[in-house]
Design a protein around this ligand. Structure first.
Ligand SMILES: C[S@@+](CC[C@H](N)C(=O)[O-])C[C@H]1O[C@@H](n2cnc3c(N)ncnc32)[C@H](O)[C@@H]1O
Ligand SMILES: [Zn+2]
Ligand SMILES: [Zn+2]
Length: 613
């Protein structure tokens, strides 16, 4: 990581005591604050004490259901409420899988061989911008080709956020690093500094000024009724470098929630309350505590700071007095918090990498959300630098993926950029196959895959199959019945022990020591008991029921025997055998599944061109 990214690790007494020196040694009890000297540390103790001595920071902290001697809410009873928000929730404003570099040149075209190559990349149901960012950062450092990118999502909120975040990052104006910092707050922080807030309004004005003024005109109602559902509002913007940023958004939709959300006027106080009502909801305490009980004490504290402040920054840098403006990109038009209570930005990045970046910036592992801040900022900075230096065009569209594919095939989706016969070298389809099925995803996307590039691929993620396929999960089927009872139970015992040992727990001791139904460790083990489960056959059965043996052939595609873009399941190496099981250290286990929230059941498949090996 280039040194100019170095985060300025201030002495944590900077605010209370006006110290301007660098923080060089950490508080040994929490490792979340850093001081220039013993004197500063001692003088600051009266401020820091409350955090450092917080119950979360104690090894003997217990979830509320234990302290209150009751069963946790997620056991039995009513179906738990999994999200808050309005009728259009849940929206995936923050993704729930780690960011993916969809190029992975060293496993495909080769890095050196790609310096002059043109690439067309498609994110068909993109969610946020993280995969786009990671993929551009995966181009060769001295890239001289032309890269064209389609970033599509059917959600108008997701699209509006993406375009404003991208525009803030890429417009001429702020130095890269400042722009990156602002973009990180646009994406993840509930409140903004004055400078970020003015930047947001500047971006809103440039991107949506014309349509916002229509909203205020007396002719608005008749204007709206004249719009057809197919009317797209198209616009393109001048950005850093040789490339362009353009957008096509359904006009009817744009005039609904997105513009209302950007024009909202709720106060900071109201918005903080709306965020807390969801992110710290008392009804959801057991769900939070279940996650927290798997974490190290300082990580619980770091989590709490992020949830309470809503600001993504290193622990000691969160100074609420400077974050006084609600971030309109995270609240609905009616002022509600716009994402689910289990949304967590740590789930969208590779935590192993997050910690490395944090360390390179002088932050301790304990400050996990601080590490995340510097990591995302570094990725955004690098991305903007590349857009400035390389030739990259980005088109953001707000369409159902099926419609997007149809328009592409007819040469009607931004033909000025993609031409009338567009094809792509990488097509990332998120987990649409979960809902639409493999046949429909392949039918839509094989038609626009670049047949001239033997590395071209349609990339498919499965998140829901374990709930549909018998024997696919011990978390959802504790009896192991689906596997054949004998085999299931035998498996269960081995896996419970293996998973427990990864978490430093002795499962036998857990069994003998009292009320297992309440033991938080039991739930952490149970949630992750599928990590090492060999359910290759069950996955294959699921794929067969989805027509995997015939469908790819219909479209002159084949399922790659080994992945070359993203490991088939978390914890296995890229290119491993298709039935490979995760092989991780205890630290990796913690980073991937416990704090990183990766789903043990997620699977990634790659469909390449037939006849190519
Ligand atoms: C499928 S969701 C799942 C979350 C995903 N795992 C992530 O980490 O972002 C991702 C995105 O796909 C979008 N999406 C879902 N179905 C779509 C469709 N048919 N066409 C276009 N976008 C779609 C959603 O709006 C959402 O932003
Ligand atoms: Zn401390
Ligand atoms: Zn100091």
């Amino acid at each position: 990581m280039p040194t100019e990214y170095l985060h300025d690790v201030k002495c944590s007494a900077f605010l209370a005591l006006n110290c301007e020196k660098r923080g060089t040694h950490t508080c040994s009890k929490c490792r979340l604050v850093r001081y220039c000297s013993k004197q500063c540390q001692e003088a600051h103790w009266s401020f820091h004490k409350k955090d450092c001595k917080h119950p979360y920071n104690r090894l003997d902290w217990k979830p509320a259901w234990i302290a209150e001697n009751r069963s946790p809410a997620f056991v039995g009873g009513d179906t738990p409420q999994s999200h808050f928000g309005t009728h259009w929730a849940p929206e995936y404003l923050w993704g729930n899988t780690p960011a993916a570099n969809c190029l992975q040149l060293d496993h495909n075209e080769g890095v050196l061989e790609s310096v002059e190559k043109d690439f067309n990349l498609c994110f068909a149901a993109s969610g946020d911008i993280r995969n786009l960012v990671m993929t551009v950062n995966g181009l060769p450092d001295n890239y001289r080709g032309h890269c064209k990118i389609l970033l599509n999502d059917r959600s108008d909120i997701v699209t509006t956020r993406n375009i404003l975040i991208l525009y803030a990052l890429l417009r001429h104006g702020h130095p890269l690093e400042l722009a990156a910092e602002t973009a990180v707050h646009f994406m993840y922080s509930a409140a903004l500094r004055s400078s970020d807030s003015s930047e947001l309004f500047h971006c809103i004005k440039t991107v949506y000024g014309d349509v916002l003024s229509v909203c205020q005109s007396p002719m608005f109602r008749s204007f709206i009724t004249r719009l057809s559902p197919n009317d797209m509002r198209k616009k393109s913007f001048v950005i850093r470098g040789a490339g362009s940023l353009s957008i096509a958004h359904s006009a009817v939709k744009l005039f609904g929630e997105p513009l209302a959300m950007l024009r909202a006027t709720h106060t900071l106080k109201d918005s903080r309350k709306a965020m807390h009502d969801v992110m710290l909801s008392p009804q959801r305490v057991d769900y939070r505590d279940r996650y927290l009980s798997g974490l190290q004490p300082s990580h619980r504290l770091s989590f709490l700071r992020f949830r309470e402040s809503g600001v993504l920054l290193p622990f000691a840098d969160v100074v609420l007095e400077t974050f006084q403006h609600p971030n309109r990109l995270l609240f609905t038009a009616s002022g509600k918090w716009a994402t689910m209570d289990n949304a967590n930005p740590l789930f969208s990045w590779d935590v192993n990498e997050v910690l490395k970046t944090g360390q390179a910036h002088g932050l301790d592992h304990a400050d996990i959300y601080g590490c995340l801040f510097v990591h995302v900022k570094a990725q955004f900075t690098e991305f903007a630098r590349r857009v400035e230096k390389f030739h990259i065009d980005i088109h953001v569209s707000q369409l159902d993926a099926h419609v997007a594919s149809g328009l592409l095939q007819k040469g009607e989706l931004n033909p000025a950029l993609f031409g009338i016969n567009p094809t792509f070298d990488r097509i990332e389809t998120s987990n649409m196959a979960d809902y639409a099925g493999i046949p429909s995803v392949l039918q839509d996307w094989s038609a626009v895959l670049n047949r001239k590039n033997k590395h071209a691929v349609v990339f498919v993620n499965f998140m829901n199959w374990v709930m549909k396929q018998r024997g696919a999960s011990l978390t959802f089927d504790m009896t192991g019945e689906g596997m054949g009872l004998q085999k299931g139970l035998a498996n269960m015992k081995v896996l419970l022990e293996k998973t427990s040992s990864m978490m430093g727990i002795n499962f036998r001791t857990l069994l003998v020591n009292g009320d297992i139904q309440r033991a938080p460790a039991f739930y952490n083990v149970l949630e992750n008991v599928d990590v090492f489960l060999d359910n290759h056959k069950q996955f294959q059965d699921h794929l067969n029921s989805e027509g995997i043996s015939n469908t790819p052939k219909l479209y002159e595609l084949q399922l790659r025997p080994r992945n070359r873009i993203y490991p088939k399941r978390f914890g296995v190496a890229l290119g491993a055998r298709p039935d490979a099981l995760p092989s991780v250290t205890k630290t990796e286990f913690y980073n991937i599944y416990l704090i990183g929230g990766c789903n043990p059941g997620d699977r990634y498949l790659e469909f390449g061109l037939s006849g190519v090996h």
